[in-house]
Write a protein that binds this ligand. Structure first.
Ligand SMILES: Nc1ncnc2c1ncn2[C@@H]1O[C@H](COP(=O)(O)OP(=O)(O)OP(=O)(O)O)[C@@H](O)[C@H]1O
Length: 320
């Protein structure tokens, strides 16, 4: 893990987002250095997309702070807003829905440049061709329309567009969930390649343990709007300590599938009424009376970065 300082690209400090009484993101903290990937893992309703939206300033913070290379996303104050708009870009699960179907691929990729008034038409086209090459799209097809491409190629188009402004941080929201299994690996490897070549940082939002394992350096596991476990992805995902992470890992097949989401009840209702105590207790096979108390995120070792919101996992096994 990288420390603080100038290499820190993203810093999330006790971020809160509410929809009415629903605490969709409830005191989440995390940070991300240059060239690193933070996995955000959890099933539908745990708040991971809302966290992504908060980083992109698409929903307001009700508390805490998010900083991208020093820019305070919550208040929007201070210098650097223009740079922030360039620094953070998003790749969605279904790129098709974010493409204008009447636009040709070259124009789609160059669109962020046009919006920012960067370069003239010919320069933007040059840039789009270079970006298409960087993501493995054939230059000969740059004047085709997005519907003429396969799902995997469309995701390459979306990635090229996201890179147009030379961002520092990509927020990847289920970037391969809509793709065939054989294509998922290709896109994940492309993301790794681009990260290494460009020093990109990724926030990877996914319910898929295999995808997070493939890409993430660190992971936060979310349940009911809270982080329940965090640490180095390799450690957390091979020997999880929180009963929820353990359930996620045992339920997950190697591939994406609807059964997985059905296997674990959605956390929506929990976010809606966060009574005291562990939010996972109602579903936890290990729950006992101690779990009625609020649980803190506790380091497994003094000063360590592997932290678990479960008194059973904490040193000494005390509920507080
Ligand atoms: N616009 C909204 N208005 C009200 N509640 C919302 C809104 N968006 C999300 N929520 C609620 O906030 C909580 C977190 O939702 P969020 O979409 O962030 O979770 P998620 O883990 O990304 O799930 P998914 O993968 O299904 O998008 C859920 O309880 C959800 O019902």
């Amino acid at each position: 893990m990288s420390g603080g300082g100038e290499d820190m690209v993203l810093h999330i400090d006790a971020a809160e987002v509410r929809y009415g009484t629903v605490r969709a993101v409830d005191g989440v903290s995390a940070s991300l250095g240059r060239g690193e990937t933070l996995g955000v893992l959890g099933e539908s309703g745990c708040g991971k997309s809302t966290l992504a939206q908060a980083i992109l300033r698409l929903v307001p913070l009700a508390g805490g702070a998010i900083r991208v290379r020093g820019f305070d996303v919550g208040s929007g104050r201070g210098a650097g807003e223009r740079q922030y708009r360039r620094d953070v870009q998003m790749v969605f699960q279904d790129p098709q829905s974010s493409f204008n179907p009447a636009m040709r691929v070259a124009d789609i990729i160059a669109e962020p440049l046009a919006v920012q008034g960067i370069g003239d038409r010919a320069e933007r086209r040059e840039r789009a061709i270079a970006l298409a090459g960087a993501v493995g799209l054939p230059a000969a097809r740059i004047d085709s329309f997005p519907h003429e491409f396969s799902g995997g190629q469309r995701q390459r188009i979306a990635i090229a567009r996201a890179l147009a402004l030379e961002p520092a941080l990509l927020v990847l929201d289920e970037p391969t969930s809509a793709l065939d299994l054989s294509v998922q690996g290709q896109i994940l490897n492309l993301l790794l390649e681009l990260q290494r070549a460009r020093g990109l940082s990724y926030v990877l939002i996914s319910h898929n343990v295999a995808v997070v394992r493939h890409l993430a350096d660190r992971v936060i596991v979310m349940y009911g709007g809270q982080v329940v476990e965090e640490g180095a992805a390799g450690e957390v995902l091979s020997a999880p300590r929180h009963p929820y992470t353990q359930a996620l890992l045992s339920a997950v097949p190697e591939v994406d599938g609807p059964d997985f989401l059905e296997a674990i009840v959605a956390a929506d209702e929990l976010a809606a009424h966060p009574s005291g105590g562990c939010r996972y207790a109602a579903r936890c096979p290990l729950a006992g009376p101690e779990c009625a108390r609020d649980q803190q995120l506790l380091a497994l070792e003094d000063g360590g970065s592997w932290r678990v919101r479960c008194w059973r996992a904490a040193p000494g096994g005390s509920p507080e």
